[in-house]
Ligand binder design. Structure first.
Ligand code: ZN
Length: 70
């Protein structure tokens, strides 16, 4: 679970990067967030994912689900 505290208003659904957001290589991940869902892409290891996105207050919460869940 990662919190992104400083998005606001219309910027809520946008593209942004998440430092150390990649579950595979720990690199920076590009997130594209839309009202219908979020997509993430790591340019370092080419990891693609669709994190679950929840709007919470003025921020977003992204949760990456992996097949490694216990
Ligand atoms: Zn990566």
């Amino acid at each position: 679970m990662t919190s992104i505290p400083d998005l606001n208003g219309e910027a809520r659904f946008a593209e942004f990067t998440l430092a150390e957001g990649c579950l595979l290589c720990g690199g920076e991940v590009s997130i594209r967030a839309t009202p219908s869902g979020a997509h993430s892409y790591c340019p370092t290891c080419h990891w693609l994912s669709r994190p679950r996105m929840k709007v919470r207050g003025q921020g977003l919460e992204l949760s990456f689900s992996t097949s490694a869940n216990a």
